[in-house]
Design a protein around this ligand. Structure first.
Ligand code: FAD
Length: 527
């Protein structure tokens, strides 16, 4: 049976490649969703690229749905057509490698749904019921935050940037400094409304249609279009003590980070733990002040970097939540945490901000970058999960090897997570080892030739990981070959292909991920 389905899928996949060059079926424009389709050049051009600015490919049309039912109709039309065409839901288009594009097909501008009122609904809980929010998949996390705060509540886990959509991050995992304690955002979802690749509208959860629920969370848009997510909430704090601690030694830095993420909520510790790496020249040649550090701080940090043999310094970024009534104890708590850590003496920097200022901190950086024309530039980003047991090898080979002498414009993130907070039933791929590090090489291309140079360095990083058997996994993954995807999913690969056949048998959804759209009969036969 599975083999028959795979053959059917194979035939459909090859039809798809014919269709991509052949355009959309003409009768689509006589269909009831036609009035919501735009084919003008301005609209299709806006859906032809993404934040990465590396890949570009125009769709034939863009759907501006008024309701989820419009999307279901479009998908059903494609699925029942003799030549199914690709359909890609697009949130904010903040992917880096064309993941939300639909060359030759239809991009669904999910943000159009946000024009309708009532797409974010908070249930404040009480009488034993836990609070949650029902948010449209198209909603920006910043808007979810605003709506939940009206009830004194908030989701537990946040990405660093909030101008991205709920479904865009749930299609990947949604990671940030709270994930060590609460898991990625996908681990905090209670229920979903999904439109499958057959055009069926299904409500699923851990108990109802769990196959679809677990497939879609971290599913890279391959199994269904999320139109609503129910997300658990907790009481929101009012204020945050935001801390950065500098280290000139990677062993001490990682040991302290690992100590911090092994603490339980009841122990004195941070509510948020991330980390960054600063190469020496980025301190001496970069901006003279940042939203966090003053000019004086940067001069001191540059001094610290010049004293270290490698010129590399590391920061733990921690945050402690509190309310005004507990302001005294936050000082005591912070002192007790800092006493347990071994950052370079005197290199502790603190800020006191509101909870919203803290969560929306990248907004400020976005404003600064936009003002100097550095936001809308190519972003050849590479994000990796590196096993804890090999992070020091990675540090030597990449940060002090491949990047020796480099002067990147952008940010390098490095912070650990606990693997037991990831649910292995979901299609999302976590890192190896009980703890693994997120390493985000978030570099921007700012002068001609930068894209090629940064891409060569990314290749060198991946080659280093392969040659040394580091066991890295990509986050927000991008592969150009079937072998790449097979090894990315590892033991999950056969399950992923089964789920694809079950929920998107015509290979319609999110072709920009390039997982299934390039399947050849030979590749399928080898599955
Ligand atoms: P899009 O780029 O529009 O879409 C991404 C993928 O999801 C596509 O394949 C698309 O087809 C699919 N998709 C979109 N909508 C739906 C839907 N409704 N149903 C099913 N599939 C859908 N990520 C983190 O985890 N943590 C971070 O801290 C973080 N910080 C970031 C900071 C910046 C400045 C940027 C630009 C990105 C960051 N990201 C982070 C990455 C981000 O989470 C992903 O790129 C995410 O996909 C962006 O959401 P989007 O709405 O722009 O999705």
């Amino acid at each position: 049976m599975a083999a028959r389905c795979l053959i059917a899928f194979m035939v459909m996949a090859s039809c798809l490649s014919v269709l991509v060059s052949g355009g959309l079926p003409g009768d689509l424009f006589a269909h009831s969703v036609a009035s919501k389709l735009r084919v003008d050049r301005d609209t299709t051009a806006r859906a032809s690229s993404d934040f990465g600015r590396i890949v570009a490919a125009a769709p034939e049309a863009v759907l501006h749905p008024a309701t989820p039912a419009d999307i279901a109709e479009l998908v059903r039309f494609s699925a029942s057509s003799p030549s199914p065409f690709p359909v890609a839901p697009r949130g904010q288009g903040h992917s880096a490698r064309g993941q939300s594009l639909a060359p030759g097909g239809v991009v669904v501008d999910m943000r159009a749904l946000a024009a309708r009122r009532g797409r974010v609904n908070v249930s404040a809980g009480g009488a034993g019921a836990a609070p949650y929010v029902d948010a449209g998949g198209e909603q920006l996390w910043a808007d979810v935050l605003r709506a939940t705060l009206e009830h004194g509540l908030a989701p537990r886990v946040w990405t660093d940037y909030l101008r991205i959509t709920v479904a865009g991050t749930l299609s990947n995992a949604g990671i940030g400094g709270q994930a060590f304690r609460h898991g990625p955002q996908i681990a905090n979802v209670l229920e979903l409304d999904v439109i499958t690749g057959r055009g069926d509208m299904v409500t699923c959860s851990r108990d109802k249609d769990p196959d679809l629920f677990f497939a879609v969370l971290g599913g890279l848009g391959q199994f269904g279009i999320i139109t609503r997510a129910r997300i658990g909430l907790e009481p929101a704090p009012k204020r945050v003590r935001w801390v950065r601690l500098a280290y000139s030694d990677v062993v001490t830095f990682t040991r302290d980070q690992e100590l911090l993420i092994s603490k339980r909520a009841s122990e004195a510790g941070f509510d948020y733990v991330e980390g960054q790496v600063q190469l020496n020249r980025t301190l001496t040649e970069g901006p003279k002040s940042t939203p966090f550090f003053s000019r004086f701080d940067i001069d001191r940090l540059a001094g610290l970097a010049s004293e270290s043999v490698s010129g590399v310094i590391y920061f733990i970024e921690g945050a402690m939540y509190y309310n005004e009534s507990t302001a005294v104890s936050v000082d005591q708590k912070l002192t007790s945490v800092l006493e347990q850590l071994s950052f370079d003496k005197g290199f502790v920097f603190t800020k006191d901000v509101s909870y919203v200022q803290f969560l929306d901190r990248v907004r400020e950086e976005e404003r600064v970058l936009r003002s100097i024309g550095m936001w809308d530039v190519p972003h050849p980003w590479l994000n990796l999960f590196v096993p804890q047991s090999r992070i020091l090898d990675f540090d030597t080979g990449v940060l002090k090897g491949v990047f020796a002498g480099a002067n990147p414009v952008g940010v390098i993130l490095m912070y650990p997570m606990n693997r037991n907070m990831w649910d292995d039933r979901m299609t999302a791929v976590s890192g190896n080892d009980d703890m693994f590090y997120v390493v985000g090489l978030l570099r921007s291309a700012v002068v001609p030739g930068d894209v090629e140079r940064l891409e060569r360095e990314n290749e060198a990083v991946l080659a280093f990981c392969d040659n040394e058997g580091i066991g890295c996994k990509q986050y927000l993954p991008h592969y150009t070959s079937q072998d790449g995807w097979r090894s990315h999913f590892g033991a999950k690969w056969s399950r992923v292909t089964e789920l694809k056949v079950k929920y998107d048998p015509y290979g319609i959804l999110s072709p920009g991920q390039r997982i299934f759209s390039s399947l050849t009969p030979m590749a399928l036969a080898a599955m």
